[in-house]
Design a protein around this ligand. Structure first.
Ligand SMILES: [Zn+2]
Length: 388
């Protein structure tokens, strides 16, 4: 079993390491030390990174016997060697804030939202807590966040120790320990007491702040997304920059951004209604012109805009005409065939012949058919050829 230096000092950034063995873990070569300050992936907290004898440590894992394996990106120092070891401190410090923040938020969720933690995950990009309540009202989530941040502001001491069984029995643990003996306990002031083998801040203020980012229903539970510490600062900074950029684009203050977006939405909706009205007027005028210029039972025409196809077809059908319309679009020639009441034109059959002859596609019923033919076809000539 490897001695875990981070149990006594979670702020140990570098140490002298003695290599006791070369081993293997999960199919990868590993280095075993007499004692290590590297935290192995466990309990939802990510593994440390860093360097060992100048070689990068890319993963740290514990096996069932309690031996900690350091996976290196390069040649391992020889067995018996004493080398310098350094932990990637920026990464670990973020993990400590997120992990201690999770303890704090889990307790706050019980106090302010009657929501017991079922499991928690701290990831490279996001952190979540699953709680046994569905749903958790938003105001109670906000109350839990506020309560957790008030304990951060109070700057209470965080203590981690191995209590004797008699003391352990009397502690108000938030959850049952996962191990039967050598139970390590972490207390955040008298706010929360939990069994945990992880690395924690020494005082609650070192968490910095906690931010609940959202919640979603998940398999009968509620999954709460949160962030803390330097990662929370980074994220809130990004959000602030995005909001400032939007305010510049909209030439308003950041507080007025939602109102400015509402105004834009209304303007867009008005413009769409205006465009639809203009299209209707255009369709009416075009229909009149086409009916006036047509002596037969049908109208074959090429239009300037695909949005005109259906309104124009409806007007021409109502005027007693079979309709064969085409529009050139960037994707090809969009066509619409529609027959008037009492006509015997089979639109679907004609379009299938057109598609076959030109290499396009489309189909439909006898009354109405739509499809897409290749670009740059001569529409009246193609119709005539398909009928021949
Ligand atoms: Zn912990």
């Amino acid at each position: 079993m490897t001695e875990r230096l981070y149990h006594a000092d979670a702020f140990l950034r570098s140490f002298r390491a003695r290599v006791t063995a070369h081993a293997e873990h999960g199919g990868r070569s590993s280095v075993v030390l007499a004692a290590t300050g590297f935290y192995p992936e466990a309990g939802g907290q990510m593994a440390d990174r860093g360097s060992l004898g100048g070689v990068a440590v890319i993963d740290v894992q514990a096996d069932d016997a309690g031996v900690i394996h350091h996976v290196l990106d390069g040649a391992a120092p020889p067995v018996g060697a004493e080398v310098d070891a350094a932990i990637d401190w920026a990464r670990r410090r973020v993990h400590m804030a997120l992990h201690t923040g999770q303890h704090l938020l889990s307790r706050a969720l019980i106090e302010a939202a009657t929501a017991e933690t079922v499991s928690a995950r701290l990831g490279e990009t996001g952190c979540t807590i699953d709680v046994a309540r569905d749903p958790v009202p938003e105001r109670e989530l906000a109350a839990a966040e506020a309560l957790a941040n008030s304990v951060i502001d109070d700057d209470v001491a965080v203590r981690a120790w191995f209590p004797e069984p008699a003391e352990l029995a009397g502690l108000p643990l938030r959850r049952e320990p996962k191990v039967a003996s050598e139970v390590r306990v972490v207390a955040i002031g008298d706010f929360d007491v939990s069994p945990c083998g992880g690395t924690h801040c020494a005082r609650s203020a070192q968490i910095g702040s906690i931010r609940v980012l959202g919640a979603e229903r998940y398999k009968g539970l509620t999954r709460i997304h949160f962030t803390a510490g330097a990662r929370a600062r980074g994220l809130l900074g990004e959000h602030s920059e995005t909001l400032a950029r939007l305010a510049r684009e909209l030439t308003c203050s950041t507080a007025d951004v939602p109102g400015a977006i509402d105004k834009l939405r209304r303007a867009l909706s008005d413009s769409r209604a205006d465009a639809a009205a203009v299209r209707d007027q255009l369709a009416a005028a075009l229909a009149d012109t086409l009916v006036a210029g047509s002596t037969g039972a049908e109208v074959i025409a090429t239009l300037p805009d695909a949005a005109l196809l259906r309104p124009l077809a409806a007007r021409l059908s109502a005027a007693g005409k079979d309709v064969l319309l085409a529009v050139a679009t960037p994707e090809g020639t969009q066509v619409l065939l529609s027959r008037t009441a009492g006509s015997s034109l089979d639109c679907g059959a004609l379009l299938r012949r057109l598609a076959q002859a030109t290499g396009g596609r489309g189909g439909g019923k006898a009354e109405h058919a739509e499809g897409r033919l290749p670009a740059a076809i001569d529409w009246p000539a193609a119709v005539a050829a398909a009928r021949a």
